[in-house]
Ligand binder design. Structure first.
Ligand SMILES: [Zn+2]
Length: 248
């Protein structure tokens, strides 16, 4: 039997039978895959930790009829810090849901997986604001999917000299003050800090993308821009983190 080796994160687990699980794994080589993990809910099973949501493992699988079958898995990173904190878990669920929607079945997904892992690591850093992390993650993910906003000047008239920057959701990028006057309602005024943050995320390498902070005020403006831009691209609202506001 030919074994397949791949690295990936468990994003979903469903109990099956008396002792089994069906996992959804986002993997570097195979994209989104279903893995049938037999016997892993028996007490003392040596793969029970690796087959939980958030576990990043090296997987050894073989091809079954409808799913991949687990042969073995070795944990590379368990993200324990996230599991132990309800707030972080909600933010992580938001990242997992978006990644799951963006990654296709049986297509290599190295960049989105790398982004997910850096995002999860960033969540475990107590000095980082998770509200910023989920927006940076969303914007970079949407860029990886092929939707890059135009931020190098005004996307209507082309000028690079912009005093007051606006973001046009219709034109998917910055517009200048004079173009904004005829642009309709689908625009948002962009603070200088937000403009710098948007440009940074689009230009940065994935491993560096979470490496900045924003003031509370700039974060509000940045979040509003990213949420609307990404929501329009993905045609979906991601609400898992919103219940956190009710908890606080
Ligand atoms: Zn213009």
């Amino acid at each position: 039997m030919a074994y397949i080796k791949t690295r990936g994160v468990v994003v979903r687990e469903v109990a099956a039978g008396d002792y089994d699980k069906i996992l959804t794994v986002l993997s570097d080589e195979l994209g989104k895959i279903s893995v049938s993990a037999r016997g892993v809910r028996r007490s003392g099973n040596r793969f029970s930790a690796g087959t939980q949501v958030l576990s990043y493992c090296e997987w050894v699988l073989y091809q079954g009829k409808n799913t991949y079958i687990l042969n073995s898995c070795e944990i590379i990173h368990p993200f324990y810090e996230i599991r132990q904190d309800l707030t972080l878990l909600a933010y992580a669920a938001h990242l997992l849901e978006m990644a799951q929607d963006a990654i296709l079945e049986n297509q290599p997904a190295r960049d989105p997986l790398t982004l997910l892992l850096h995002g999860l690591h960033a969540l475990t850093n107590k000095n980082k604001n998770p509200e910023l992390i989920i927006r940076v993650f969303s914007l970079k993910l949407v860029q990886i999917m092929g939707f890059t906003p135009y931020l190098m000047g005004c996307c209507k008239c082309g000028t690079k000299e912009i005093d007051e920057i606006y973001f046009s959701f219709e034109h998917c990028g910055f517009i200048c003050e004079s173009c904004h006057n005829n642009a309709g309602d689908d625009v948002l005024r962009i603070e200088p800090g937000t403009a710098r943050a948007l440009i940074y995320v689009i230009c940065a390498e994935i491993r560096e993308v979470f490496g900045f902070e924003l003031s509370e005020e700039a974060l509000r403006n940045f979040s509003e821009t990213v949420d609307k831009y990404c929501g329009d691209r993905l045609e979906k609202k991601y609400c898992r983190h919103l219940f956190l506001k009710e908890l606080q």
